[in-house]
Design a protein around this ligand. Structure first.
Ligand code: SDX
Length: 428
């Protein structure tokens, strides 16, 4: 492969370095382009632009491949626990038993939220969307832990800041739900594992013993692993650019939560279920809704379909679709939304419009059906996505800070008015 790419501009030929990653991805390094040619590149939505080099997650959109630190998502979803995957993403290797025990013990020790933060919840209106609560609460953590304000302190201080966040996010998430339904908050229980503890804080009541089907705990573990990282997606890129200003981790992750909330990104899982329910209530005529999705005059899009990178199947959607059948059968749940989702998928995948645009179900298309079967309310679906994505955001932030990457500051091409004189108001 040539080490350089040649670029001819205004009669001059420039040579630009070419780099190749360990999975044979290729890039033209344009970091010196403006200095040498006076030109910048333009790429709205960064569809063709690599923002960084990373060792964390590899995905191949054509082959439907997703690896965390070299391990396939299929193996990890089947064999690992969520905290094990969180450790792998953040520290780069699968933990030994000793390392995992220490990591788990540290997380367990920090699941409580500062009592003063409970008052914030009471100020929110009932039915406050939990993503708005979560983004605010996570940013507020920086005011309770001033030592977190300097992200580049010692490795130990950085680990404490990270472990506090991984430990408290489930508590904050569950309390935002309990607050919305005006139920009493449930405090974390140290003898429950990460997933069971979250379910306890979500559905437990102080008046009765907590029982949960192991199928539900295992399904949650799998879903969190499948959402744990996804290279430079919208919310992760947000985390990287906010973190690149040396903002503290809590403010940085709060920005990631806000980006994930968007219906074109993590908010799609809530939109999918609302879309399926709309189709169901409209009589279940999927052909009608597929036609609406294709109609340029109609703003309706098939939520949970399409992806910037996957131009074949999304490997996570394949795993979640299979898990849907298994979990609903084990739980004895018969959800008409699953039948509608499958009919919608079949019709769309046979339709030229979707085939021509490589539109396939993505991670959000089936995940909501499982969350619903687990008893998770629709407004909490994107919070579940944030819970899963947290270790990925943290890993990407940690890699960016430790590589001492420069502050993110893209250029632009100006297309506005050229220089002109001020006109006094009486003459306008
Ligand atoms: C996530 O990046 C990640 O990795 C994200 C994520 C992660 O793990 O972090 O995987 C999580 O965000 C998954 C995506 C969740 N969003 C949705 O399901 C919302 C519905 N899908 C889209 O709006 C869309 O497909 C995107 C946002 C996912 C991708 O958009 P792109 O890559 O910018 O593609 P596009 O909007 O330019 O669409 C290309 C064409 C257009 O038609 P034409 O202009 O060429 O005629 O495909 C059409 C679009 O109109 N199209 C759709 C469609 N998605 C794209 N048409 C109908 N329904 C859809 N869902």
């Amino acid at each position: 492969m040539s080490e350089t790419a040649k670029l001819e501009l205004e009669g001059k030929v420039y040579e630009l370095p070419v780099i190749q990653g360990t999975e044979n991805e290729k890039a033209i390094d344009i970091s010196k382009l403006r200095d040498t040619t006076g030109y910048v590149t333009l790429d709205s939505g960064y569809k063709n632009t690599g923002a960084t080099k990373s060792k964390i997650t590899f995905l191949d959109g054509e082959k439907g491949i997703l690896h965390y630190r070299g391990y396939s998502i299929e193996q990890l979803a089947e064999k690992a626990t969520f905290l094990e995957v969180a450790y792998l993403l953040i520290y780069g290797e699968l933990p030994t038993q000793t390392q995992l025990d220490a990591f788990r013990n540290s997380i367990t020790k920090h699941t409580l939220v500062h009592e003063d933060m409970k008052q914030f919840f009471e100020a929110y209106p009932a039915k406050a969307h939990p993503m708005g609560v979560l983004a605010s609460m996570v940013c507020s953590m920086a005011t309770f832990y001033p030592e977190s304000l300097d992200p580049n302190r010692s490795a130990e201080a950085k680990d404490l800041t990270i472990h506090r966040l991984i430990a408290k996010l489930p508590t904050l998430a569950a309390w935002s739900y309990k607050n919305a339904i005006r139920h009493p908050f449930m405090y974390p229980k140290n003898d429950f594992d990460y997933c069971k503890n979250f379910l306890y804080m979500m559905f437990g009541m102080p008046t009765e013993d907590f029982k949960v089907d192991p199928v539900v705990v295992e399904a949650l573990n799998k879903l969190l692993i499948l959402h744990a990282d996804h290279e430079q997606n919208c919310s992760t890129s947000t985390v990287r650019i906010v973190g690149s200003s040396n903002a503290n981790l809590y403010a940085t992750i709060s920005a990631g939560i806000s980006a994930l909330w968007g219906p074109l990104h993590g908010g799609a899982n809530q939109e999918v279920i609302e879309m399926l329910e709309k189709i169901h209530n409209d009589g279940g005529d999927v052909d009608k809704w597929v036609a609406k999705a294709k109609d340029k005059e109609d703003p309706f899009r098939l939520m949970g379909f399409g992806h910037r990178v996957y131009k074949n199947f999304d490997p996570r959607a394949k795993i979640i679709k299979k898990a849907c059948d298994d979990i609903l059968e084990k739980l004895g749940v018969n959800d008409p939304m699953l039948d509608i989702a499958k009919k919608l998928e079949k019709v769309a995948l046979e339709d030229e419009y979707f085939k021509a645009r490589n539109l396939y179900p993505n991670v959000d298309f089936y995940s909501g059906i499982i969350y619903k079967a687990l008893g998770i309310p629709t407004e909490m679906f994107t919070v579940m996505f944030a819970l899963g994505r947290l270790p990925g955001w943290v890993a990407q932030w940690k890699e960016m800070t430790e590589n001492k990457e420069p502050i993110g500051r893209p250029r632009q091409i100006y297309t506005g008015a050229t220089s002109r004189e001020y006109v006094p108001i009486e003459k306008r």
